[in-house]
Design a protein around this ligand. Structure first.
Ligand code: FES
Length: 150
């Protein structure tokens, strides 16, 4: 009931405010619903957690050579030194992420992008990289060379 001197729209104000909140909430839900497929598309694919990767039998890994492989989705490089010992590293250059390659004649890993040079122990020898290559664990299990996280 409207009394004398009372604004008839004053009674409707709380309803309008509630309707504004409802419309805003619905629009927010629709917006989130539209973003969900985009977020799923951009999210990394769930994959099995890789604990180790085989580089084949020791007998097929010559001294003074290297092998490249993928550890999950990451490139790695393993080196068998002249004395028969093994070392393994993440093959992504610590400068800007190009892939490094082992050069047996110089016994070092080189990055072709900006001239980064790493020793066979992964430490920086020259070029713009400031950090050594990521060192990985390498074991011989039942005659097979296995690389895993250090
Ligand atoms: S990315 Fe390797 S030196 Fe720049």
């Amino acid at each position: 009931m409207i009394q004398d001197g009372q604004d008839p729209n004053a009674r409707l104000a709380p309803r309008r405010e509630m309707l504004d909140y409802a419309v805003s909430g619905l629009a927010a839900l629709l917006g989130l619903g539209a973003l969900y497929p985009v977020a799923r598309l951009l999210a990394p694919l769930p994959g099995p957690t890789v604990r180790s990767v085989s580089l084949g039998p020791v007998s097929a890994f010559a001294a003074g050579s290297a092998r490249s492989a993928l550890f999950g989705s990451r490139p790695i490089v393993a080196i068998r030194a002249a004395d028969g010992s093994f070392r393994a590293f993440g093959a992504e250059c610590t400068h800007l992420g190009c892939i490094v390659h082992y050069v047996p004649a110089r016994d070092r890993l080189e990055c072709a992008c900006h001239g980064g040079r790493f020793g066979a122990d992964g430490r920086v020898l020259a070029g713009p990289p400031r950090r050594p290559l990521e060192s990985l664990r390498i074991d011989v299990v039942d005659g097979e060379v296995m690389v895993g996280r250090a």
